[in-house]
Design a protein. Structure first.
Length: 569
């Protein structure tokens, strides 16, 4: 009777399980046309944040109602990075308030989501079920990737179009897809040794075998260097951690291995190939380009090593430092484009928050290491480490969290899986008035965050709608996240109209605005428009002054090379 009641209880899904299912199975698969870039500019990042926001604040409210907050054993270590980054952000000041605010909210809301997962006291069986849901999510991403290969350059209605047959799924970047698949791959190895699968319904085994088939093909076909390195590093730890159970359930293990080898072989054999050029585009910056980015980044770190240049300062600081780098290294050829991230998370935070922020990161990693050291039962540390390796590796060669909110919350969920067994509760000793205020505040923040995110989703739709022009985006114009983007786009549109219709006052207004905005966005496009504005006004001295700035940052740009020669003559 006890077994039956426990089984019946397990069959009932807790609200947190339903929300996590929404996080992995529904939210990432929303898509509408958008302006591109990263963060909340990508439509399904907003929907993922909506679900995560609800999980975080509702979980905190539950803890306050219960007057017990459950925390992992090394929670202080995990919280060190947000605390240290915030301290550094306040010390260095704020150049761009919105960028500063959203960057810190990104970290603190992630910590709230992570903390919230502990408040529901999920059993191991329920955790395994959520991991299985994650694997299904990866299977769906892989199937979308296959559709993008088969229907290259064709509209897929609900999913992003792939112009070169690159199977990036909903992530719109192949390395994000590859790392997601590799992470799910090692999770699936764990699941084929768990009672939820071994003793569960046949359809679960079929789903896992289907996943191994699709995922192996996508990882192999993608040609992702990050994905290949991640599978090579994480797979041995997964096998070491579960070797006893893999041998115990050898029939399912053998079937999985056959599916992996056959499908992976199909992917590498090139049934449908992507040209080397398109693969390079899909994989992002080359190794030499990254080394150049790192060189400039090191110079920035040396300038302000303790507290860094400030949260949200990387984009503008790096471009101007690039010009200084060229002065001392005239024979170097750095990446020509506008760099928004050094493609290494440690460099990124070292530049923006200095040694203080890096100390916070290392304390965070120490907390993970201590937890792994305590996880000795059946060598389980090996499988847990394999869960974390792919995304941790990806942060050192690219910017997964900035491009995909799903990767951010997946990493936090996997960290929860690692640390959940050592959680302990802390009594909330507050007065009735303080408790009431805290509960009310958590509900208020839930509503405020949800309303803001839905408004951001609507703003994103406005900006991505090809039927609208930039003047027809009333929601985006007042949205805190998009207001700067709308202002920039409107001013650039105003310049085109003013130059075409010979409205000198508006051209002058753009030139002044552009010079004020330049420290925020020293892009080749904005510099070109300011130059054109001064040229149209006949202000050659100002035109050449900006031309020299542009040439210093982008010395291999043909237009700026010709412009410098013109100014010299």
């Amino acid at each position: 009777m006890q077994t039956q009641s426990a089984s019946a209880l397990f069959s009932q899904w807790k609200p947190i399980e339903i929300m996590l299912a929404l996080l992995f199975l529904i939210a990432p698969f929303y898509h509408h046309e958008h302006i591109g870039g990263m963060g909340l500019r990508i439509s399904n990042n907003v929907t993922v944040w909506i679900v995560a926001n609800i999980i975080g604040w509702i979980s905190l409210y539950i803890g306050l109602i219960r007057q017990k907050i459950y925390l992992p054993k090394y929670f202080r270590y995990i919280a060190a990075f947000p605390v240290f980054a915030t301290v550094s952000g306040f010390v260095t000041g704020v150049d761009n308030p919105m960028e500063w605010l959203f960057r810190l909210l990104f970290i603190w809301c992630g910590l709230l989501f992570f903390l919230g997962l502990f408040q529901h006291k999920l059993s191991q069986g329920r955790v395994d079920r959520i991991l299985f849901i994650f694997v299904i999510s990866a299977l769906m991403q892989g199937l979308i990737g296959i559709a993008q290969i088969l229907f290259v350059n064709q509209d897929l209605i609900l999913f992003p179009k792939s112009y070169y047959g690159v199977p990036f799924g909903m992530f719109e970047q192949i390395n994000n897809q590859a790392i997601y698949q590799v992470t799910a791959f090692v999770v699936a190895i764990y699941l084929i040794t768990r009672p939820y699968i071994v003793k569960g319904a046949v359809w679960r085994k079929i789903v896992l075998l289907s996943f191994f088939c699709v995922s192996s093909f996508i990882i192999s076909y993608s040609g992702s260097r990050a994905g290949t390195l991640a599978i090579l590093l994480s797979l041995p730890f997964a096998i070491i951690g579960r070797r006893y159970f893999l041998l115990k359930y050898k029939r399912l293990t053998f079937l999985s291995l056959i599916f992996v080898l056959v499908s992976g072989g199909f992917g590498s054999s090139g049934f449908i190939t992507v040209s080397d050029k398109m693969a390079d585009i899909a994989n992002g910056y080359s190794t030499s380009a990254r080394l150049g980015i790192y060189a400039v980044s090191l110079d920035l770190i040396k300038e302000k090593p303790l507290f860094g240049h400030g949260i949200g300062s990387f984009t503008n600081k790096w471009q101007f430092e690039k010009a200084e780098f060229y002065n001392t290294h005239p024979n170097m050829h750095l990446i020509e484009g506008y760099v928004t991230h050094p493609h290494n998370e440690l460099f990124f935070w070292a530049i923006e928050s200095g040694v203080v922020g890096i100390i916070g990161i290392f304390i965070f990693l120490l907390g993970i290491g201590l937890t792994l050291a305590k996880t000795q039962v059946n060598m389980r540390w090996g499988i847990y480490l394999s869960f974390l390796i792919p995304i941790m590796l990806h942060t050192q060669v690219e910017l997964p969290f900035h491009l995909s909110a799903l990767h951010w919350f997946l990493a936090l969920f996997l960290l929860f899986v690692l640390m959940r067994s050592n959680s302990q509760y802390s009594q909330v000793n507050l007065s009735k008035a303080a408790l009431l205020s805290s509960r009310t505040m958590s509900l208020f923040m839930l509503v405020l965050g949800t309303v803001f995110l839905f408004h951001t989703l609507l703003s994103s739709y406005e900006l991505g709608d090809p039927r609208r022009n930039v003047w027809q985006t009333p929601h985006a114009k007042v949205n805190p996240y998009f207001s700067d983007i709308v202002e920039s786009t409107q001013m650039k549109s105003l310049l085109q109209f003013a130059m075409k219709n010979k409205v000198a006052e508006d051209v002058e207004a753009f030139a002044q605005w552009g010079e004020d905005y330049l420290p925020k966005e020293p892009s080749a496009n904005l510099l070109t428009l300011i130059i054109l504005a001064y040229q149209d006004l006949g202000k050659k001295d100002d035109m050449c002054r900006i031309m020299h700035t542009a040439y210093g940052i982008y010395p291999f740009n043909d237009d700026f090379i010709r412009g410098i020669e013109h100014c010299k003559n």
